[in-house]
Design a protein around this ligand. Structure first.
Ligand code: NZQ
Ligand code: ZN
Length: 389
């Protein structure tokens, strides 16, 4: 581990079929007023709402509902939730849903304690938080973002067409209930979108310096191989508990911090996808799938040994008699084949983005991080977008 690092993850995880049984004991650690945040109603049809509500009532909590959080949550919704949290004097925000609900809840946790233009301060200018957000708990129903065990709140500012994240240790959920059975009702499109999101989180970290022998890369390869094995099983049988539980835990681990030590991290695929979604709200993981092969073909020559290792260690490509670049390209081809075979989106057009989309503006407004093997120019971003159309 060549570079110094800090590791801290405060989220208490309850995992498995009986995970919900722990909700009442953790709820006893907080005050009586709970803001219950959820989306458009999937939790009502799959029974999760009833389980959560029964527990809240049995614990004597006063519940204020904050519903209708849409995918790609907006700043406007964050402010609405902040208002409700203040009016109801909430002691805890309980987010029940996927990444959008949990991210919105994190924004609300800030908006509940700080009025004014928090977007400019924390999302746009990335200032460290100078408030103490309300505590958050999560009941996860859709796998992929890792929001249940990280400190990111990805929010869209519709008026300025910016989608970006605010990060702080105080935004990590205090606890997360992870029952793989809660994900059985997720439609295949959303399930495979979440799977690619997880894979992308791992690749964003893996494809970045440092490349010395380090545990982070070994962990990353193990997680990627697990995802590649379990995805076809979950597609064939969405109620396969072992596959769904492996995919769920892989997702939480991917952004939990354990893969990051000693790595600079890239994240450009995410930066590009976020701006695509700011203009064309769409499933996050599918957007990542649409642009990843083009992005990795562009950066591959600048991180050749790592792309060669990806091909051999993750996809089992036999390097015998092949040049390094050939092996590396075979790994990216295997990734593209996995995207196709897993029914993921293979082009921006499949994502509903028209040919006349303002690709130049999207390229010019990405919040590039420049931590990977290659420093992207705006022209490179445009090239990736055009090659992904
Ligand atoms: O609205 P509801 O009823 O919740 O329905 C959702 C939504 O329509 C549905 N769904 C969720 N659980 C379900 C279910 N349908 C049936 N059964 C269930 N059990 O699935 C749809 C998508 O949900 P959403 O929460 O939007 O998906 P996801 O978890 O992929 O979250 C995407 C958001 O997270 C951000 C993305 O940018 C995007 O805004 N991200 C957050 C990150 C973080 N906090 O660390 C990192 C990621 O890279 C990502 O940027
Ligand atoms: Zn992601």
């Amino acid at each position: 581990m060549k570079n110094d690092f800090e590791f801290f993850n405060p989220t208490q995880v309850f995992f498995g079929r009986s995970a919900m049984e722990n909700l009442s004991s953790v709820l006893s650690l907080y005050g009586d007023r709970v803001l219950l945040a959820y989306g458009s109603g999937s939790i009502r049809s799959n029974g999760v709402y009833d389980q959560v509500m029964n527990t809240l009532q049995a614990c004597g909590k006063t519940v204020t509902e904050f519903s209708g959080i849409l995918p790609n949550p907006t700043y406007e919704k964050v402010l609405e939730g902040g208002h409700l949290a203040r009016a109801s004097q909430a002691d805890l925000i309980l987010a029940v849903g996927g990444g959008s609900v949990i991210d919105c809840a994190k924004g609300v946790a800030i908006a509940a304690v700080e009025e004014g233009d928090i977007w400019t301060k924390y999302w746009q200018n990335k200032q460290p938080l100078d408030c103490t957000p309300l505590p958050i708990g999560a009941v996860l129903t859709m796998v992929g973002t890792g929001s249940e065990m990280d400190g990111d709140a990805v929010i869209t500012h519709e008026a300025t067409k910016r989608k970006t994240s605010c990060w702080d240790y105080s935004l990590y959920p205090q606890f997360a209930i992870l029952n793989p059975e809660f994900t059985y009702s997720v439609p295949e499109y959303q399930m495979v979108s979440g799977i690619f999101d997880t894979l992308s989180h791992i690749m964003e970290i893996y494809f970045s310096p440092e490349d010395e022998d380090n545990i982070s890369d070994d962990f990353a390869e193990a997680l990627m191989r697990s995802i590649i094995r379990n995805t076809p099983v979950a597609i064939a049988n969405p109620r396969d508990y072992v596959a769904r539980s492996n995919l769920m835990w892989a997702s939480s681990l991917a952004l939990s911090g354990i893969l990051a030590p000693s790595k600079k991290e890239d994240w450009e695929v995410h930066q590009i996808q976020h701006q695509i979604a700011a203009y064309y709200p769409s499933a996050h993981g599918m957007g990542l799938a649409a642009i990843s092969p083009a992005y990795y073909r562009l950066v591959c020559p600048h991180g050749l040994p790592r792309f060669r290792r990806f091909a051999t260690q993750v996809w089992g490509i036999d390097p015998t008699g092949k040049r390094d670049l050939e092996v590396a390209h075979a790994g990216i081809d295997a990734l593209a084949a996995f995207i196709r075979e897993s029914h993921m989106v293979t082009s921006l057009r499949d994502l509903g983005i028209p040919e006349q989309a303002p690709l130049q503006t999207i390229a010019d407004t990405c919040n590039l991080r420049r931590g990977g093997y290659y420093t992207l120019t705006r022209d490179d971003v445009l090239q990736v977008l055009q090659n992904s159309l």
